[in-house]
Design a protein. Structure first.
Length: 172
């Protein structure tokens, strides 16, 4: 009899894990959190979801609940009031969870660095996987950051195949 994990045969368990990884890479759900920015980055994030830039063509969907999201997209420096809320939203997300810090303020504090009410950047409060610089970053940069995150989630063999297909003259 094959080895079992949690009452499931190992082959069935591997198949379930492969399907979960496939769905995570091909259909990530994003939740957006503004931790105290000027809203410039927020407008650009919404522009990436609009028909002109259309982040949804990569399977990404903006969702309102952190309990169903895979990726936390954060903007702005973290204020004293937003710190506890940011940690709470991050903890409500199911594992594995990923964070994308958008904009100069989210990465370093930007124009708000050193203000009395700023506790730091997003990376000081929650672990960040991808940084998207800019003030505000262009929609192309935000899309590139999300694609970088999704590329990291793929197994190494799939990454090589995706890189070949993206290269000029690569497989279609």
């Amino acid at each position: 009899m094959a080895a079992t994990v949690h009452g499931l045969p190992a082959a069935f368990r591997r198949a379930l894990e492969a399907v979960a990884l496939w769905s995570r890479v091909n259909s990530p759900w994003l939740v957006h959190f503004n931790s105290g920015s000027c809203n410039g980055c927020d407008i650009e994030i919404l522009a990436t979801l609009a028909p002109r830039w259309d982040l949804e063509r990569f399977g990404a969907k903006l969702w309102g609940s952190p309990r169903h999201a895979d990726v936390l997209v954060c903007t702005g420096p973290v204020t004293r009031l937003a710190r506890e809320r940011l940690v709470r939203v991050y903890e409500q997300m199911p594992a594995p969870k990923f964070v994308v810090a958008v904009g100069s303020c989210g990465i370093t504090g930007g124009a708000f660095h050193g203000c009395y009410n700023i506790v730091g950047d997003i990376g000081d409060v929650v672990p960040v996987d991808v940084y998207v610089p800019g003030c505000p970053p262009r929609p192309e940069a935000i899309i590139d950051g999300v694609i970088q995150l999704l590329t990291r989630l793929r197994p190494p063999k799939a990454r090589r195949h995706a890189a070949k297909a993206a290269a000029p003259g690569g497989a279609a």
